[in-house]
Design a protein around this ligand. Structure first.
Ligand SMILES: [Zn+2]
Length: 258
């Protein structure tokens, strides 16, 4: 039996049992498996890994583990000061786009409210999510580690929080997206783009009190849903304000990188 020493950093520790968090530990293995294979065997899904060092040198996922290796595994560089070129995904995604698993429907809705292109269906199969992620270079959001470990998934994240509003903040922080919010430009129901329209274009479809009270309207380019700035809109506005507020507060409760 061969042995390597593993040490996981930052939020990757969330996937480990307590006794293995924040410490180096010995890991036995047979033959010469890829380092990716062994990282996942230890519980950490590969899309959350940004940098692997073997005996101090950056290595790719395909690196074949050898006995006596000292392996350090790091999460995304937003939480660590590492050389971007050495990272497994040195290029950031040109546009952050998501595909969300069936259990995170409310998170998907919130991401749409904030303007992010987010695919979600309540009947998605894991296989389909992995296929869409691969074909469209989308970030997979799921708490199912098995799904994140699938081969086709390159970009992904497992929200640690269970409350959808906290999950949104977590995702925005993880991918450093607070500067990319574009609220109220996307349909919450279908992800289609919203277009501002004249009142008279939608007037006959509005219930009478709405017709009298509101003057600004948008229509979804995909499903034709009409949006107006009613109480629901105000709720969304408050939500966006809260998200930004939490970000400002995050300096205080930021997590350590060790
Ligand atoms: Zn729509």
């Amino acid at each position: 039996m061969n042995h390597a020493q593993f040490r996981f950093y930052g939020e990757l520790n969330d996937f480990l049992p307590h006794e293995r968090r924040q410490v180096a530990f010995a890991h036995p293995f047979d033959g010469s498996p890829s380092v990716k294979n062994q990282i996942e065997a230890l519980g950490v899904p590969h899309p959350e890994v940004a940098l692997i060092l073997a005996n101090g040198e950056a290595v790719p996922f395909s690196y074949q583990l050898q006995t006596g290796d000292r392996i350090s595994v790091y999460p995304r560089f937003t939480t660590l000061d590492v050389v971007p070129a050495a990272q497994i995904h040195p290029e950031p995604l040109p546009e952050p786009r998501f595909v969300v698993d069936i259990h995170l429907g409310r998170l998907a809705g919130y991401l749409r409210i904030l303007g992010f292109d987010t695919l979600y269906r309540n009947d998605y199969e894991d296989e389909e999510i992995a296929r869409i992620a691969g074909a469209e270079a989308r970030i997979v959001l799921t708490r199912d580690r098995g799904l994140l470990k699938r081969k086709g998934v390159v970009y992904g994240y497992c929200p640690r929080e269970s409350d959808p509003r906290r999950q949104v903040v977590e995702v925005l922080r993880h991918f450093a997206l607070f500067a990319s919010l574009a609220p109220f430009r996307r349909c919450i129901g279908c992800n289609g783009p919203l277009q501002a329209v004249e009142k008279r274009a939608v007037e006959e479809r509005l219930p009478s009190p709405i017709r009298e009270i509101y003057h600004e309207f948008s229509v979804c380019g995909e499903c034709d849903q009409v949006y107006w700035k009613g109480p629901h809109f105000q709720e969304m506005q408050e939500f966006v304000a809260q998200v930004l507020e939490q970000e400002r507060g995050s300096g205080v409760r930021g997590r350590g990188s060790g």
